[in-house]
Design a protein around this ligand. Structure first.
Ligand SMILES: [Zn+2]
Length: 138
């Protein structure tokens, strides 16, 4: 990286307070920290590899969800390892998890499509305004 593409901070044009930040700096830091912690948690992949085996994590303890072939389900690996009460099984059927993920992806796609059409409309309107301004000047 670096070279000509890099623009020095002194060259930035900053227009503050033009919109509400989605999250503040502390929240951002906290989220980054959480992602880091989760990433460094060792995934002890017992059980067969499967679609969500290294993607799904237990919401309670943050451990990976292991796939249980015999039940076509995922269980919290902490629960599976200890079978004690360190965490509950949080068992979820592969199909159920897949449905949830697909539904979320669909929402995401729908929303981004809406965003795109919003952008298109805005550009179109801006174009019309520009054209009429040009005509007026002529
Ligand atoms: Zn757990």
């Amino acid at each position: 990286m670096g070279g000509s593409a890099y623009i020095d901070e002194s060259e930035w044009i900053v227009i503050p307070n033009t919109h509400e930040p989605l999250i503040n700096c502390e929240q951002f830091e906290a989220v980054q920290e959480k992602i880091k912690q989760r990433a460094t948690r060792v995934f002890r992949g017992r059980g067969r590899k499967s679609l969500f085996a290294r993607v799904a994590f237990c919401a309670d303890c943050g451990a990976g969800m292991n796939f249980k072939n015999d039940r076509q389900s995922y269980v919290c690996s902490t629960y599976q390892k200890n079978t004690s009460k360190k965490c509950s099984s949080h068992i979820i059927k592969h199909d159920a998890l897949k449905q949830v993920v697909l539904a979320n992806l669909k929402d995401l796609i729908d929303n981004s499509l809406n965003m795109q059409s919003l952008v298109d409309v805005t550009i179109q309107r801006a174009g019309i305004k520009k054209n009429s301004a040009v005509k007026e000047l002529e």
